[in-house]
Design a protein around this ligand. Structure first.
Ligand code: ATP
Ligand code: LTN
Length: 327
């Protein structure tokens, strides 16, 4: 039997190229070797308050982006987290395995909590729900962007603790991050990660941006002092981010890219980065638009996906309850 990979994205805004290069595109490539299970994690999305109509739309759109990018529903399972109740159930149980202190150390929680006046309790326990997502499927590989490393490490710790405390139920998953595009930075501040929920639209390229918008946003991207085009995150964070985007979009090696841009100015670099992005995104955008016209097809695929996911998840949950002594 093929090894399994599991990953998910929150329907919490419009997708950007960080989500695409850091997550979705690696999933598509890994489908050749792994049985894929891809979740739309709407229960994670409500750890900050979302307008209901937006949540509904983003959920459908996310399913369409998965398919448009090349996730093959014949081969992989695509489903919505809230359609499969074992996620919430195991999420609770893992809250009773995790320690308060280890959740308090999660850097994503600390940075998200810092920005807001009201911090929901679910934002704090978020990593236990993510661990439940992964562990329900006896997952071997979790392909995600670099920012999720700490959550995957916690997942391994919780699985290992459970296995020793109760019974060996869970497989310990491995993290996978892609060689290029695992951490795309904000265009207006190369010290911050590009993110869906940042208030600044100019900070990110959305997957649905038009060629004109892409050219404009890249043209305004922050660069660095000096004129040299060289990959060095320390001293040239802005230029390095553009080079990394170029590498992700073209599949070329960094040494080749540096040689290509040697002696050129920032203007040339920006034009070529925009062109590479436009070329990579155009066919995905076409398929996305087509899929969004076929609501029935999306709903049908999501219902089918939920059924398949439920069958696997229910079996793990049964073993978990048995191990703990929940009658
Ligand atoms: P939010 O701002 O709502 O937290 P986000 O943009 O960080 O959203 P997530 O839904 O948290 O997106 O992440 C989905 C996937 O995309 C994860 O695997 C994550 O690691 C990856 N990802 C998110 N941002 C980036 C980025 N800037 N570069 C590379 N990968 C990213
Ligand atoms: N926390 C992740 C989304 C997520 C996820 C998962 C990723 C929820 N459950 C399971 C991989 C596996 C994020 O990107 N913010």
């Amino acid at each position: 039997m093929a090894k399994r990979m599991f990953s998910g994205i929150q329907p919490s805004g419009n997708l950007h190229i960080g989500n695409y290069f850091g997550a979705i595109r690696p999933w598509v490539a890994l489908q050749e070797q792994y049985e894929g299970i891809f979740c739309i994690v709407n229960l994670h999305a409500i750890t900050v308050v979302q307008p209901p109509e937006d949540l509904r739309n983003w959920t459908r759109e996310l399913a369409a982006w998965y398919l448009a990018s090349g996730i093959d529903p014949q081969r992989s399972i695509i489903f919505v987290q809230s359609h499969v109740p074992p996620h919430a159930e195991l999420g609770w149980i893992l809250q009773c395995v995790a320690h308060f202190g280890e959740l308090a150390r999660m850097t994503q929680f600390k940075s998200k909590a810092e920005d807001r006046e009201v911090v929901l309790a679910g934002l704090f326990t978020y990593p236990t729900l993510m661990a439940a997502d992964i562990l329900l499927y006896q997952t071997e590989l979790v392909p995600v962007g670099e920012d999720q490393r700490q959550h995957v490490e916690l997942t391994r710790d919780l699985a290992d603790r459970f296995n020793h405390q109760y019974a060996p139920v869970f497989t310990l998953p491995q993290l996978y991050t892609p060689p290029e595009g695992a951490r795309i930075m904000a265009l207006d501040d190369p010290h911050k990660k590009m993110s869906k929920s940042s208030p600044s639209d100019a900070s990110r390229i959305h997957l649905l941006d038009s060629p004109e918008q892409i050219v404009e946003k890249i043209a305004h991207a922050v660069t660095d002092s000096g004129r040299e085009i060289r990959f060095d995150r320390e001293t040239k964070p802005g230029v390095s981010n553009l080079l990394e985007i170029y590498a992700a979009a073209t599949g070329k090696e960094m040494a080749e890219i540096e040689a290509h841009f040697a002696g050129q100015g920032y203007g040339t670099l920006k034009r070529e980065v925009a062109d590479a992005l436009i070329a990579e995104l155009a066919p995905v955008q076409d398929r996305f638009r087509q899929l969004m016209r076929e609501n029935d097809l999306l709903d049908h695929l999501l219902a089918e996906g939920a059924q398949k996911a439920q069958a696997i998840a229910a079996e793990t949950l049964r073993r978990v309850k048995d191990a703990i002594g929940l009658l």
